[in-house]
Design a protein around this ligand. Sequence first.
Ligand SMILES: [Zn+2]
Length: 415
Amino acid sequence: MRSTGRGATQQSSAPYNRRVVLDFIRQHGAVSRKDIVDMVSLSPQTVANSTNDLEAIGLIVSRRLKAEKTRGQPPIAFELNPDAGAAIGISLEPGRASAALVNLVGDVRLRVDRQVDTGDRSAILAGMLDLVSQLRKASRERLWGIGVALPGPLGATELSFVGPTALEGWADLSVLDELRDITGLPLFYSVDSVAGALGETLFGVAKSLDNFFYLHFGLGLGGALVVNRAAYHGANGNATEIGHVPLVPGGRPCYCGNAGCLERYLSMHSLAEAMGVDDKQVWALPIEQLLREGTNSAFTAWCREAAERLRDAVCLIENMLDPRAIVIGGSAPKPLVEHLLALAQPLRHSVRGGLAGAGEPAERIVLSQWQDDSSILGAAVLPIYEMLSPRLEVLQQERRTEVDVADLLGHPGIK
Ligand SMILES: [Zn+2]
C-alpha cells in the first residue's frame, strides 16, 4: 500500500473525503479504520465520519476480523458492498449497440445487444431505450446511471468525418440528453478508448498502475492516456486519437483526409478490407483457425503489416509519454492481438525499452482480460467512476449529472 495523500490538501469537504475513503476501500479490499487513517492523510475523526456515512448509505459493509493473538478487540474491516448499486453500460459501434448491467465491483449481471442503424437518430434512441429497459428489469440494485461509450472523435474537429469506424452524423450528441430525460437516470458518455481505460483502472489489469496508455483496438484504433488514475482529455475531449497519426509516408489514404494513418493498418476495419469482407462479417472470421493454419496469404500479409505498425505505435507512445505500461484492449479478438504482439518482437528501442535492466518494470505491454466486453464495461464504469473516484474538480464545480454520494444521504435511492 502507498499513501495516496489526497485528503491532506483538501479543506473540510465531506463529499470529497467520503470519495477518498470509498476509493481507498475499493482499491485495497478489506481495510480497518486505522489502515485508512495511516494511508490517506485524513484525521481519525474524518475517517470515522466518512465510514459511518458510507455504511449508512450501504456502499460499504463492515465485519469484525477474526481474533488474533493480541489483546483487545479484533479490528473491524470495511469492504465495498458489491450489491450497493449497479450501472448500465452501453457501447455504440457502427451498426450495433451492446449493453450490460454491471455491479459496483465490475461483475456483469446481464449483457444484451442488438443491431442498430447508427446513422438514424430515432433508431438509435429507440435501440438504446430498449436495451436500458431490458437491463432495468433485471436490476435489483440501485441504478447509479448510464454510461455510453462511442467511437471518437467527438464533436466538431478538423477530423470530423463520416468514416467506417466513426458514427455517422454524431457530431450532435443531443440524443444522449433525450436518453437521460426519458430514463431519468444520470448519464455520462465518453470516447470508447477513455471508457475502456477507466474500466481497466477500476476493475481491470491497470488497477495498480497510476499511469498508463490504453490502446483501444476495435473496429478502429483509439487511445487514452491515464495519469494519476484519471484520463487526460485534451482541449476538446479528443486527446490521444492515435489511430489518425500518419506514420506511413505515402501510405493508404484515410477517410480523415490524411494518408498513412495507423488505423488504416492496425484495426479490425483494415483486417476486413484485407480479407475482402465487410465490417459486420469481420467479427465472424475464424481467427483462431487462420492463425493455426497460417496458409491464408491475405491474412498473413495483413498480420505482418499490422505488427509492424504496432511496433511503431508502441515506440511512439513510449517516447512521447513514458507510461508505466501500454494496456491493449478493445473488441479485437485476443488471440489476434497476442499474435500481432509476438510478431512485433523485438520491440523498438524507446526511452522505456532502451533502459532494460535493473529497475525496469516487468511488463511493457499488458493485455486486457476483457476482450470484446471492454467498451461495455468501460461505459458502465463511467457512472461508478464518477461516484468512486475523488477528483479535484468535483469541489470546484457541481455538474448537472454528477452522482454525489452526499446526495444519497438524503435520498433512499435514485432508481
Ligand atoms: Zn486518418
